[in-house]
Design a protein around this ligand. Structure first.
Ligand SMILES: Cc1cc2nc3c(=O)[nH]c(=O)nc-3n(C[C@H](O)[C@H](O)[C@H](O)COP(=O)(O)OP(=O)(O)OC[C@H]3O[C@@H](n4cnc5c(N)ncnc54)[C@H](O)[C@@H]3O)c2cc1C
Length: 466
């Protein structure tokens, strides 16, 4: 079958767009520290949406598993071909099908990088706010498939909030459109929302309609150093109390600051928790909001860094973008979870995380999207020490249980992929998980679309241990 697969896919996409050896670059993603690796029988790079549908049709007819791949920046092994089959890499689908600045919208193909979409908006006076941290590498199709967030999701919503329509190749191999350029569409069940965040298990996204916003004129981040998690929690509560909606509200704990290096010149030594809240808007509105945020934060912080010049502001956000990579550079590997809790339970989660990490003898730190209660709970590991990785996996499992007890979600951003397979057992009732499985079966009766991913039933996690 492997040679028939190669021959047929070559016929469909051309010999230069299929890889059957040198498959290493398709065998992992950013989840490598979990030891997730796979091996594809072939990888194809279709040149059009129709070719994607044709490849899917052939694979579906011949019972070959299909693994969609964007930029490979996912943290849960979603794009890893764990059970072989064909990887469909979207990297050649980069056309901008329509850009309508006056209508604040764009229609782009799935393989365009997130950074490219952000730049396209900016160059036309518009704003695409979702800013997941690997923007150079990740693709808009991958962002849709994971419903990616980022710092500015707090005010502006995650990727899905910007999507008005999708073009998707679905089983057994045809293109459908759900939604489009229209902003409102409630006729049918909301298939678009089902596909958003479906991690390649329901279909292959080939193009996306995005709504955009006029770019805010000004942005003013404020970086408040707080003595500890409790004071940081009070600062966050004070921002909520101020009534100003910050465009982003982030936090980074003391150990993260130690590992990632100073966030700005003359930063006080990293002994506390840093809260970054940003005001944006038209010039006067942003300045007024900045004043109110400053007042709210000051009361709970030991110092506040409040840059107003654009180079300093850009430098602060660049530093924030690099935190994940700077932290991982310390030990070569990390297990970084992305749990989310109601914001008023954030401090309990952070204290619980410290306790879990200490008990398991792990080097632990955390940062994340404070306003959304979304924590990148991180256990640093050496990848060549399987025992350490196993300990971190056990600690992560305890963290999921704690998160659920606090009313939270096992994944706020990265999805389940293969790494968190079954973790939904901790969070969802059996009936809800049955409906989840029924949706999968309706889209993919043969179970060939990204098999083993986003599974609500199988996997190690168990409600009994919660
Ligand atoms: C340094 C760093 C920082 C990060 N920061 C954030 C962050 O702030 N917020 C956040 O949400 N995530 C973050 N991530 C995780 C990751 O970047 C996102 O999950 C991103 O959306 C994945 O996009 P991708 O194109 O790389 O997808 P991939 O990793 O290639 O795939 C991810 C999943 O989507 C599926 N998929 C990909 N493309 C398609 C498609 N066209 N159609 C159907 N399914 C598809 C894959 O099968 C897989 O299940 C970060 C990752 C790194 C490495």
């Amino acid at each position: 079958l492997v040679s028939a697969l190669a021959n047929e896919l070559t016929r469909l996409v051309g010999a230069e767009h299929i890889v059957t050896d040198a498959l290493a670059r398709f065998s992992t993603d950013a989840s490598e520290a979990h030891g997730v690796a796979g091996h594809a029988d072939a990888a194809v790079m279709p040149g059009s949406a129709q070719e994607v549908a044709d490849v899917l049709a052939w694979c579906y007819a011949h019972d070959v598993a299909v693994v969609p791949r964007g930029g490979g920046s996912g943290y849960v092994g979603g794009a890893v071909p764990v059970d072989g089959g064909a990887v469909i890499a979207l990297e050649r689908l980069t056309a901008i099908r329509e850009l309508a600045p006056l209508q604040w919208r764009a229609h782009v193909e799935a393989g365009l990088s997130t950074r490219h979409v952000q730049r396209l908006a900016r160059e036309n006076g518009l704003y695409y706010a979702p800013d997941p941290g690997a923007a150079e590498q990740s693709q808009i199709g991958g962002n849709v498939a994971t419903n990616a967030g980022g710092p500015h999701a707090f005010k502006y919503g995650v990727t899905g909030a910007w999507v008005t329509g999708l073009e998707v190749a679905v089983a057994p191999g045809e293109l459908i459109e759900v939604g489009g350029p229209t902003r409102k569409d409630v006729g049918g069940y909301d298939l678009r929302s089902l596909l958003i965040g479906s991690e390649g298990t329901l279909g292959v996204v080939t193009a996306v309609w995005l709504k955009l916003l006029p770019a805010p004129e000004q942005r003013y981040p404020l970086a408040a150093m707080c003595a500890d998690a409790r004071h940081a929690g009070e600062a966050i509560a004070a921002v909520f109390g101020s009534g100003v909606v910050p465009s982003a509200m982030e936090f980074l704990d003391a150990h993260t600051l130690e590992l990632a290096g100073p966030p700005f010149p003359d930063a006080p030594s990293a002994t506390g928790v840093l809260v970054i809240a940003e005001a944006d808007g038209t010039g006067p509105a942003a300045a007024a909001a900045r004043g109110e945020l400053l007042e709210a934060l000051r009361e709970h912080a030991t110092s506040v860094h409040a840059p107003t010049n654009s180079a300093e502001i850009a430098a602060l956000w660049r530093w924030r973008d690099e935190v994940s990579l700077r932290v991982v550079a310390q030990r070569g590997g990390k297990l970084s979870e992305d749990v989310a809790v109601p914001v008023d339970r954030l401090v309990e989660l952070l204290e619980g995380l410290t306790e879990i990490g200490t008990r398991h003898g792990l080097d632990t730190c955390s940062w994340g999207h404070a306003g959304d209660g979304n924590v990148h709970a991180t256990f640093l590991v050496r990848r060549d020490r399987p025992e350490e990785v196993a300990r971190a996996e056990r600690a992560a499992h305890e963290l999921f249980a704690l998160t659920v007890r606090l009313g939270g979600a096992v994944s706020g951003e990265h999805g389940l992929g293969v790494v968190k397979r079954g973790a939904l057992k901790l969070q969802w009732d059996e009936k809800a998980r049955e409906l989840h499985a029924a949706v999968k079966a309706a889209f993919d009766p043969k179970g060939l679309l990204n098999p083993g991913k986003k599974d609500a039933f199988s996997g190690p996690a168990d409600r009994a241990s919660a």
